[in-house]
Design a protein around this ligand. Structure first.
Ligand SMILES: NC(=O)c1ccc[n+]([C@@H]2O[C@H](COP(=O)([O-])OP(=O)(O)OC[C@H]3O[C@@H](n4cnc5c(N)ncnc54)[C@H](O)[C@@H]3O)[C@@H](O)[C@H]2O)c1
Length: 362
């Protein structure tokens, strides 16, 4: 049927709250059931959205034959096992970032996906924000010419996040939880990074909050074709006023022009190939992107990506980032982690080999 809606189940209702809102307002998605281990969270969301089909058992989503796709928003270290179960139960999958935080399951996930033929899409929200969509379109239209270098960053005062119990576990790393956003920008424009070098530290604020791993990091990258890029992030201290600087930003420097997408601020600026300078904002889209308190959530981006994913199933094309592209980003994050430990440049090819991914990734 042509205009059939994608029947969706949502797992994890913290940030999954944005996905509930996105699914309920999307013309292409039908929310069937939502799930959280914590019954109080289920009840809170049911009341907030007046949507009462919830469960505390993941099996209830997995065994519901009417659910075609599962959207996963559980803590980072649980994504691999939750994805595996969804694929094994013949469901398409949307998984939030970071796709996984360890490569030990990567080859198995690829094999399971191949066997089941189901689609997996990484909910890499930052690509689906208006300024970043516009930046990509202008880049593809040749407005800045050939890309020379990329600079991306994501800094945020995320001390509030440390109230979540899993944020203080050894397994939680801002490297994966935070830098996966700007690192995805690097891979979007320079997919073939072969080497990375970086430094990191755990700040006094982070230590005080109980964090176990680095909260402050800077990296530089070299691509196979010689082009270079850089990424940075700091997560336990105040940030600049939004009029002066964005929390998350991507700068593309081309041979003919330059552009910058500012994430939360719905702001984009370009000096194009004809020497024209433009600054664009989307005030009228504020209500699409931000629906609850302030700008602390991602409902608008999620609706954009759910629509794209639903189209990919309806029209049978691949929605990107897919599993292979997503694992490529985790390979790069792993090389970054190695560089933090060794204090030396690290090659992505070494990581690919170590985790037996040569036949899947170049
Ligand atoms: N921009 C973005 O894309 C974005 C933004 C925020 C968070 N996230 C991602 O969303 C994920 C969740 O983060 P959060 O901030 O919502 O954390 P959270 O702790 O607030 O919520 C996670 C929820 O998952 C539930 N849960 C845990 N194990 C479960 C299980 N086995 N079955 C069912 N429910 C289970 C918990 O009870 C909790 O309510 C993380 O991977 C995070 O990186 C993405």
């Amino acid at each position: 049927m042509k205009d059939k809606k994608l029947r969706l189940g949502i797992l994890g209702l913290g940030e999954g709250r944005s996905t509930i809102s996105a699914a309920l307002s999307s013309p292409k998605v039908e929310l069937v059931k939502m799930c959280d281990l914590n019954i109080d969270v289920c009840k809170q969301r049911a009341k907030e959205f007046d949507f009462h089909d919830y469960t505390t058992k993941y099996e209830d989503l997995l065994n519901d034959a009417s659910i075609e796709a599962i959207a996963i928003y559980t803590p980072d270290h649980l994504h691999a096992s939750h994805i595996k179960l969804a694929l094994q139960h013949d469901k398409h999958v949307v998984c939030t970032k970071p796709l996984i935080d360890d490569l030990k399951d990567a080859a198995e996930l690829i094999e399971i996906q191949k066997k089941t033929g189901k689609k997996l899409f990484v909910g890499q929200s930052s690509r689906f924000f208006q300024p970043m969509k516009r930046q990509r379109m202008d880049f593809e239209d040749g407005l800045i010419g050939d890309l020379v270098t990329v600079e991306a960053y994501y800094n945020a005062d995320h001390r509030w996040f440390l109230e979540k119990p899993w944020a203080l576990e050894d397994s939680f790393k801002w490297l994966y939880g935070g830098l996966s956003h700007p690192v995805d920008f690097i891979r979007w424009y320079l997919p073939e990074v072969e080497e990375v070098m970086g430094y990191g530290m755990l700040s006094e604020n982070g230590k005080k909050g109980g964090l176990k791993n680095y909260d402050t990091m800077q990296f530089i990258y070299k691509s196979k074709d010689g082009r270079i890029a850089r990424v940075g992030g700091a997560y336990s201290g105040p940030v600049q006023p939004v009029q002066r600087d964005s929390e998350m930003s991507c700068i593309l420097r081309g041979n003919l022009g330059c552009s910058q997408g500012d994430y939360m601020d719905l702001r984009y600026a370009i000096t194009d190939k004809d020497g024209e300078e433009r600054m664009i904002t989307w005030e009228h889209k504020l209500k699409h992107f931000f629906r609850f308190e302030g700008k602390s959530h991602h409902a608008g981006e999620y609706e954009n990506y759910l629509n794209y994913f639903a189209d990919s199933i309806q029209k049978d094309f691949t929605a990107y980032p897919d599993l292979i592209e997503g694992i490529g980003t985790i390979v790069l994050l792993k090389a970054m982690e190695r560089s933090l430990a060794s204090g030396k440049p690290e090659k992505t090819s070494k990581i690919i080999q170590e985790f037996g991914l040569e036949e899947y990734l170049q």
